[in-house]
Design a protein around this ligand. Sequence first.
Ligand SMILES: Cc1ncc(COP(=O)(O)O)c(C=O)c1O
Length: 488
Amino acid sequence: MENSEQLKTVKFYSGDATPLEMHKVRVVQKLNLLPIEERRDCIYGAGFNTFLLMNKDVFLDMLTDSGTNAMSDNQVAAMSQADDSYAGSASYTRLEKAINEVFGQKYFLPVHQGRAAEHIIAKVFATPGKVVPMNYHFTTTKAHIEMAGGVVEEIYTDEALKIKSDFPFKGNMSIPKLLNVIEKWGAENVAYIRFEAGTNLIGGQPFSMANLREVSAIAKEHKIKVLMDTSLISENLYFIKIREEGYQDKSLKDIMHEMLSYTDFSYFSGRKVSSTRGGGICTNNLDIYMAMRDLVPLFEGFLTYGGMSVREIEAMAVGLYETLDFNVISHSPTFIKYLVDTLDKKGIPVITPAGGLGCHLDAKNFIDHVPQGQYPAGALAAALYVASGIRGMERGTISSVRDAEGNDILADVELLRLAFPRRVFTLSQVKYAEDRILWLYENRHLIGGLEWIEEPPVLRFFVGKLKPIGDWVEKLVAKFREDFGDSL
Ligand SMILES: Cc1ncc(COP(=O)(O)O)c(C=O)c1O
C-alpha cells in the first residue's frame, strides 16, 4: 500500500481531534472582511441571494466547492504543457489515459461542465414516458431530465432525510422503492438508474459499495442501465475506505474501479472531482458511447475538447489521478467533521454524521419560528453573511420549484450548506466560522423570514431576488455591534 493510502492520521499529544493540513500553502489570495454595516448593504443589494454577492464582499466563500478547490502544484505545472489544437490534441490523449486508469473506463466524451453531460444524457435516454429513479436529485440533473420529457423518482432510504443520525451511508438507494418503481413503470421505461456519489442536496452523504452492488444486480436482472454521477466520488470513495467493512486494506484505485464496475456509464463535473473546470461522460459500452457521441460536437465542441480549454484538460488529468491520493481526498471530510462535531456538541442543529461536501446547518431547527413558506434556509444564509461575511448556499425551498397551481413545493430539508472547497481554508478560518455560527445561534430569535421580489421560472435560486419580512436585519446588526463593539 502506498504511503498516501494508509489510514494513519496524526494524533495530538493533547488528545485534541484537530484536523491537520497535509499540504503547505504557496500561493495565496488576499481576503476582505467588510464591516457589518457594509455586509448588510451588500445582502440587500444581492436581493438576499448569496449567489448574487460579489466575491470582493465575501470573507470566506463557502458557497460551493464547484470550481473553487485549490489546485495542486502538479496541476498548475501540467497546464504549461497544453497542446493547443482543435482536433487530436495530445492533452486530450493524456486525459483519456487518466479516465482509463482512474475510473477504469475506456470511452470518453468531454463536455464543458457537469450539467452539459446531464443535458446530453437526458436528451438521449430520459425521453417522454421514461423514468429515472435516483438516490436523490441534484438541481440541474432534475431540470435536464424534466426538460427532456422524463420523470424523476427519488428512492432514498428512511435514513436519508434524518438530520441527526449515525448511519454511515445515508446516500444509499432504497431497494424496495427501486423494485416498486420497476414494477410501476415497467423495466423498459426506466431510462437508467442514477446513483449520485456523495449526494449533494442531502448533506454530501455517501452510498455503500454493498448498496451499489445490490442495485446493480437488480438492474442487470431487469436489463436496466446504471448511471453514476461521479462529481463527488472522491469523498464517497474516502467514506467507503474508512467506513465500510472489508475496504480498509484495499487500494483507492481498486475501490474506485469496483464502484465503476457496477455502472454502465458515468459522468462528472470537473469543477468538483478534478478541481478544474469541464466535465465528461465515461463508459465501457460502445453502444452507449455511440448513442451520445454526435451530440458533443453539436452542443459542446469537437470530441477532443468538448468546450474545455487544453490547459484545463491537462489539469483535469492530473486532478483525476489525485483523487486516488488519500491525503487529498481526506482533507475536506476531516475539516468538515471537525466543524460538524464541534457545532453538534454545542447543540447547534447540523446534519450528522458529517458528510463530504460541507457542513450543513439545519435551518428548520436553527430558526424554528420561521415558517417554511418564508424560506428559513435562505434567511439563515443571509443572516450568516451579515453576521460573518461567510457566504453559504441555500439548499431548501428556494432551491425547489412550484407545482402546477403555483404553490411552493416545500423542500424535504431546509439546509444552509457551508461548502469546504478542497485545501482552501485554514483551521483558524474554520474556527471563525464556528464562532460566528454560535453567536448567530444564540441570537437566532432575531432572524426573520424572506419573501420574493423577483422570481425566475427556472432554477430560481440562481438569480432570484428576495427581501426580508420586517426589520430583522437591522436588529441583527444592532445586536452584533452591542456584543462585538467595533470588531469587523
Ligand atoms: C452532484 C452534482 N452533479 C452535477 C453537478 C453539475 O455540475 P456543473 O456545476 O459542473 O454543471 C453538480 C454541481 O454542483 C453536482 O454537485
